[in-house]
Design a protein around this ligand. Structure first.
Ligand SMILES: [Zn+2]
Length: 819
């Protein structure tokens, strides 16, 4: 009886709710597409739907942004599916081990990863409303998971800006201010990171929190909604070459199935679109490729518009593109995606299961060897991806040696681990670890190399046979700090060590570094090792407690020395056991700097090193007294006419008085040839055909392909290291550098810490033949002295997208070790 009553109440409930569900326009109080909604309004609307239709809509707050905005997921399906959501999820995940009887299609729609590509969040509201009303039959066998805004900080940055600068009514003339977002634009997140380059590296809080949920579901289909230039027609799948070779025939084919369905709707409306061009499927950190490598059909849909379009804009051909048009297009492909997925639910499930059974990987196991800090670093990344690994015991392993790029062997003591492709995430393991991903076409949208062993600075070997782990090794016991000791010594070879130092000096503990290797009490220490003496910290009564607390936090192994009298090397009181100064840091932003490159520096200090910095905008940089700062960072960018006249002499005077100038990428270009700076750029040969024997006129069609001979599209090179130089303390004799372009500079007269010799064939990724010649014998990282200060040149960017872990110590050395 009660049951029947409850049931009828439920049915009645559904009936009345469906009747009364408010559309986005009704709820927001303005017609969708006539204004940009703010994030809180969007969240309110989805919350409203979850309350009004609780049997079909569920919201999960999965995290928070840097600026404290909520990140939400919205689950939408039929009442039957929603009632057993957790069972449905578990059954689906069993498919990754070849089991389970899942039969529902799971479609994940991600909106607005680029904040100023602002239409998609608006489209998400229209899409869910239609799914709940006129298209609800699609939900019978399909679960739709929506992330209405992947990047709320960026999106609100854009919409707040637009609301402030908008003409009223809006002005469609492209020259009006409302179509010209400034430097601090809404595309990226709070730290100016591009979240659509971060799926694999997970450097940002948004990505870290989202990946947890993504792995809880591993959908069959994932769409990342974007916008491109105002004049471009709509883009949808299938994607462009190169495709990564792990992408299966079914994944290729199903993109076409989806594309054809979208085309049907676009044809009917007369809307223009293109497919199979520009947006390739190779670099693993995108919202289309990452899902692909996890078994989904991953796709990018691109509307014309983005931060330039506002509520309406006149295009090159004289049409007016409105926000309403843009909503309609994204809405149409969204619904069409759910439709095709629903029609093919059975096939999607079968193929998803098959994807995870793939076992024919070229390499079965990757052996990784290195310092414990580095192994811990990669383990924490693998945990986030739910990639399994194990510790490895003593042994000698054979296979492709990452260091030589050839067959070789690696012998291991107790400092190694193994990651195998024989696991549900096998495809992702191959993509992230293989030494050199096969490239079907060198014209790509992004970098062509990222292999994790290189990025993390680990010795590595790829083996064609399966290597079993030994099981988890208990952590080796750390030495306890002995109170009465004369001094305390610890190693210096990882970002974790730099964090440790950063926290020590911010707590008023004074530390020194050794410019020569030394041994004491039977232990040997390399250059750069930290020495913290009782004498230097005599005025700090709680010195030992602070040292103990910070050492514990960073799991540092501290050697307690009873004397400052070393067995070999220099005693602690030697002038070459230098006091580390407490740097006061400033970084230039705005104007000439690239917002993404600036963001990498900003994020490095605040979220990785945990050390304060002052952000100086180019607008008023000329009026700032630089004397209080000991370090000034010039991020990569287009500096053009900067560093002339007064500006240049101010900079030079500040360096001469003891300042440390760190010039990165384009900032180096701007200093090239300036009086007092020794850096000298190489000019790329004008005519690439010069050395060809037969000169044939270049066809217009081949021009783009020809130009790529002079290009490096993000490739990994083996460089030499002078690790007696403070900029390279903690490194071995070689360093694998990610080169992002073919700009190259001559060696400095002295202070070449990291440099290329003649070995300029990339170990991973693509470099054109001319570019390879150009970078021979060139500088990568170097230091030049001026008066009491230094200029540090960083030709390659060790902070690029925050994922090149092994480069971060170089940056820390620039701050703490170079003097
Ligand atoms: Zn985008």
């Amino acid at each position: 009886m009660t049951r029947i009553l409850l049931l009828s109440a439920l049915i009645l409930g559904i009936f009345t709710q469906a009747q009364e569900l408010k559309s986005p326009s009704e709820f927001l109080g303005f017609e969708l597409g006539t204004a940009f909604s703010r994030h809180y309004e969007v969240v309110d609307y989805f919350e409203y739907l979850a309350q009004a239709a609780p049997d079909r809509v569920k919201i999960k707050v999965y995290g928070q942004t840097n600026e404290r905005r909520p990140l939400i997921l919205v689950y939408v399906s039929s009442p039957g599916n929603m009632a057993q959501l957790e069972t449905l999820r578990q059954e689906h995940l069993k498919a990754t081990t070849g089991e389970g009887a899942g039969e529902k299609a799971i479609v994940w729609l991600s909106y607005n990863v680029h904040g100023n590509e602002s239409v998609s969040t608006e489209a998400s509201m229209k899409t869910i409303y239609e799914l709940l009303t006129s298209r609800s039959s699609l939900l019978e066998n399909t679960l739709v998971i929506m992330d209405p805004c992947v990047n709320p900080d960026g999106r609100d940055r854009y919409s707040n800006w637009y609301n402030q600068y908008q003409n009223r009514p809006h002005q469609v003339d492209p020259n009006s201010k409302e179509h010209h977002e400034g430097w601090w634009n809404g595309r990226s997140n709070h730290y100016m990171f591009d979240l659509n380059r971060d799926w694999a590296w997970l450097t940002q809080v948004e990505s870290q929190q989202r990946i947890e949920e993504y792995n809880n579901w591993l959908p069959h289909v994932h769409v990342d909604f974007h916008e491109q230039g105002v004049d471009n027609p709509y883009y949808f799948a299938p994607g462009a070459e190169p495709y990564h070779e792990v992408i299966t025939d079914f994944q290729r084919e199903f993109q076409s199935t989806l594309g054809r369905n979208h085309a049907k709707y676009f044809d009917a409306q007369g809307w223009l679109y293109f497919t199979k061009e520009v947006f390739d499927l190779f670099y693993p950190s995108y919202g289309d490729t990452y899902p692909m490598y996890n078994g989904a059909i991953g796709m990018t849909y691109e509307q014309g518009g983005s931060g330039r379009a506002g509520l309406g804009i006149v295009t090159r051909i004289g049409d007016t593109l409105t926000l309403k048009d843009r909503i309609d297009h994204h809405f149409t492909t969204g619904i069409s995606t759910v439709e095709v997925s629903s029609q093919n639910a059975g096939r999607l499930n079968r193929e998803f299961r098959k994807f995870h059974q793939k076992k024919d990987f070229r390499y079965k196991s990757y052996v990784l060897k290195g310092d414990r800090d580095k192994l811990d670093g990669i383990k924490s990344l693998l945990d986030k991806h739910r990639i399994l690994y194990g510790d490895l015991g003593k042994g000698n392993y054979k296979g492709h040696d990452f260091k030589t790029g050839a067959q070789g062997s690696l012998s291991v003591e107790d400092n190694a681990m193994v990651v195998s492709t024989d696991q549900p995430k096998g495809t992702l393991v191959q993509v992230l670890f293989e030494p050199n991903a096969k490239l079907s076409d060198s014209l790509t949208y992004d970098i062509t190399a990222w292999s994790l062993p290189y990025a993390h600075g680990l010795d590595a070997l790829a083996s064609a046979s399966l290597i079993a782990p030994e099981g988890d090794r208990p952590p080796s016991p750390r030495s306890v700090i002995e109170r009465g000791s004369y001094g305390f010594i610890t190693d210096w070879n990882s970002l974790r060590d730099a964090r440790f130092l950063a926290e020590l000096i911010q707590n008023g503990i004074r530390a020194r570094t050794a410019d020569h290797p030394f041994s004491i009490g039977g232990r040997s220490f390399a250059r750069g090792s930290l020495i913290i003496t009782k004498g230097d910290n005599a005025r700090k009564p709680d010195f030992i407690q602070i040292l103990q607390r910070i050492s514990d936090r960073y799991e540092k192994d501290i050697f307690s020395a009873g004397t400052g009298f070393v067995d070999t090397g220099k005693d602690f009181g030697s002038s070459s056991v230098r006091m580390i100064e407490v740097p006061k840091i400033a970084v230039l932003s705005g104007g000439p700097t690239s917002s993404l490159r600036f963001g990498e520096v900003w994020h490095f200090f605040e979220q990785q090193l945990h050390y304060p910095l002052t952000v100086i905008d180019d607008d008023y940089a000329g009026r700032v007294d630089l004397d209080p700062y000991t370090v000034l960072i010039l991020p990569d960018g287009r500096y053009g006419e900067h560093f002339k006249g007064k500006e240049l002499s101010k900079l030079k005077d500040w360096v001469a008085k003891g300042g440390k100038l760190i010039a990165m990428g384009g900032a180096i270009k701007a200093l090239d040839g300036k009086d007092g700076f020794g850096i000298e750029a190489r000019e790329m040969e004008e005519d690439l055909d010069q050395e060809e024997e037969t000169v044939v006129p270049q066809s217009y069609e081949d021009l783009e392909r020809e130009q790529i001979r002079g290009a490096i599209t993000g490739a990994i090179f083996k460089t030499r290291v002078d690790n007696t130089h403070p900029l390279a303390y903690g490194y071995g004799p070689e360093y694998f550098s990610l080169k992002l372009g073919s700009d190259s500079y001559e060696y400095l007269d002295s202070g070449n810490a990291v440099y290329l010799v003649d070995d300029t064939i990339p170990y991973s990724g693509f470099a054109g033949s001319e570019a390879q010649k150009e970078i021979g014998k060139s500088l990568i990282y170097g230091v030049e002295s001026h008066g009491r200060g230094q200029v540090i040149y960083m030709v390659d960017n060790p902070l690029f997208r925050g994922f090149w872990e092994n480069g971060k110590l170089l940056f820390a050395n620039a701050l703490f070790m170079v003097d």
